[in-house]
Ligand binder design. Structure first.
Ligand code: ATP
Ligand code: MG
Length: 412
């Protein structure tokens, strides 16, 4: 018997003739994820699933590895199974060797025993060469449990605990639970985005949601000051980028100071400083996005959350650039965003105080604005906007992560 992790990819199976491309990408991503966990394990794919055989001498925590693999976009669910190969256990011969499987079921039943609860054995026999019917094997294994453990109640329809047995052409897999994974599509299969990352809760979730739908993610963050290059990894936004990379694979975080914007507006007392700042961020982000071949910008904007996110101000920001701005969280409630943040272990990072940004923003920002009017203000206030964007990007610093590990990366 071997330990094996099986990864199932629900939605990919809908992709018709592109399916092979998606599966290939997913396999590459899973391989990288395994490597990032310092494991040198092979990832194999067959028909509608992938699997990883755990070497016999592995003494680490298999459940932890399974939980980490559940973070790879494109994996719908996975199971940690005990594998009995058809050959070794004579699965398709007149008398299959089921003794070891029965012992295992007994152990699993003991380990998972819950007083007063019900159980069921579910057998799926996709290769009919197996002599017993599914029903007969279910009864045989349930009898083992009833005879040898404290379980007393069988409930075939709504059991509290299931014991699954899958018989396919290569052998028999036994497992006790489905581990829910994040689903979606493999990263690198749908496009590349540049996410504007603040120090708050929303933008990391917006990035996560786009990665989950198969996008490659890079971040741009605007800071009040030039950050110390030796300390980049200690900053809150770097910790966020690092965590997101566990889902999204390779992620670059571009850090740019907004000092030039600040200086240009100094002493001007502009009423629209907040929305002007957001248009500035969008333009710098667009310029960088074009350089890294990203197709869209992404923000954590949320309709009506704060003054900058009224419909009017969202429109004014959108009109400041040619590149589409995607806002995956536009219609979410704050509670829903925080809940995702907790599920993804981002909450504790995002809740840390972060004072770096938005020192220049007035206390009573305008909630309504018009693109044309803002254009006029910008023409009067900034001598050369293109130059402002260029100067800002000149001071850019970069830190890069891949599946949770920092990687060397030099921006040319
Ligand atoms: P978040 O929305 O990420 O929780 P926040 O609520 O503090 O942070 P908002 O003022 O709501 O930030 O900004 C809306 C969006 O604008 C953010 O989600 C983010 O995409 C972008 N943004 C804000 N500040 C910055 C920044 N300093 N650098 C990059 N993007 C930013
Ligand atoms: Mg916000």
């Amino acid at each position: 018997m071997k330990n094996r992790i099986i990864l199932h990819y629900g939605e990919l199976t809908l992709k018709g003739c592109n399916r092979q491309t998606f599966v290939k990408k997913l396999r590459i991503n899973v391989r990288h994820k395994v490597k990032a966990l310092n494991l040198n394990w092979d990832v194999k794919s067959i028909h509608d699933r992938m699997f990883i055989d755990i070497p016999e001498d592995f003494s680490g925590d298999i459940d932890f590895i399974a939980a980490k693999l559940a973070e790879v976009p494109g994996v719908a669910w996975l199971s940690r199974v005990y594998w009995f190969s058809a050959k070794k256990y004579h699965i398709f011969e007149g008398k299959p060797d089921l003794q070891e499987a029965e012992n295992l079921i007994e152990n699993l039943a003991n380990d998972n025993y819950k007083e007063g609860k019900s159980f069921a054995v579910r057998v799926k026999r996709s290769d009919k060469r197996f002599q017993l019917s599914s029903r007969d094997l279910e009864i045989q294994l349930a009898t083992v449990i009833l005879k040898n453990t404290e379980w007393k109640n069988v409930d075939l329809k709504h059991a509290d605990q299931y014991f699954y047995v899958d018989i396919s052409s290569r052998g028999m897999a036994i497992h006790t639970n489905r581990i829910q994974a994040i689903g979606g599509l493999p990263v690198s299969s749908t496009g590349r985005i540049m996410c504007l990352l603040s120090g708050g809760f929303d933008s990391p979730i917006a990035a996560y949601l786009t990665a989950k739908r198969g996008c490659n993610v890079d971040f741009i963050h605007f800071t009040a000051s030039n950050l110390q290059s030796s300390k980049l990894e200690e900053y809150k936004v770097s910790k966020i980028a690092k965590r997101i990379s566990e889902f999204a694979g390779k992620v670059r975080l571009f850090l740019v100071p907004y000092t030039h914007f600040d200086l240009a507006l100094m002493d001007q007392k502009l009423e629209y400083d907040l929305i002007l700042f957001r248009r500035f961020m969008a333009r710098v982000a667009e310029n960088l996005a074009l350089q890294v071949h990203a197709q869209c910008l992404v923000t954590g904007d949320n309709l009506g959350q704060v003054a900058s996110q009224t419909m009017e101000n969202i429109v004014s920001m959108t009109k400041s650039v040619d590149m589409p701005i995607l806002r995956p969280l536009l219609t979410y409630n704050k509670g829903e965003i925080v809940e995702i943040s907790r599920e993804l272990d981002l909450f504790d990072i995002c809740v840390e105080p972060y004072k770096d940004c938005c020192a220049l923003i007035s206390n009573s920002p305008k909630t309504k604005s018009l693109h044309e009017k803002l254009n006029n203000i910008e023409n009067a206030a900034f001598d050369d906007y293109d130059e402002l964007v260029k100067e800002t990007l000149k001071e850019m610093q970069v830190v890069a992560y891949q599946f949770g590990n920092k990687i060397d990366y030099v921006w040319n």
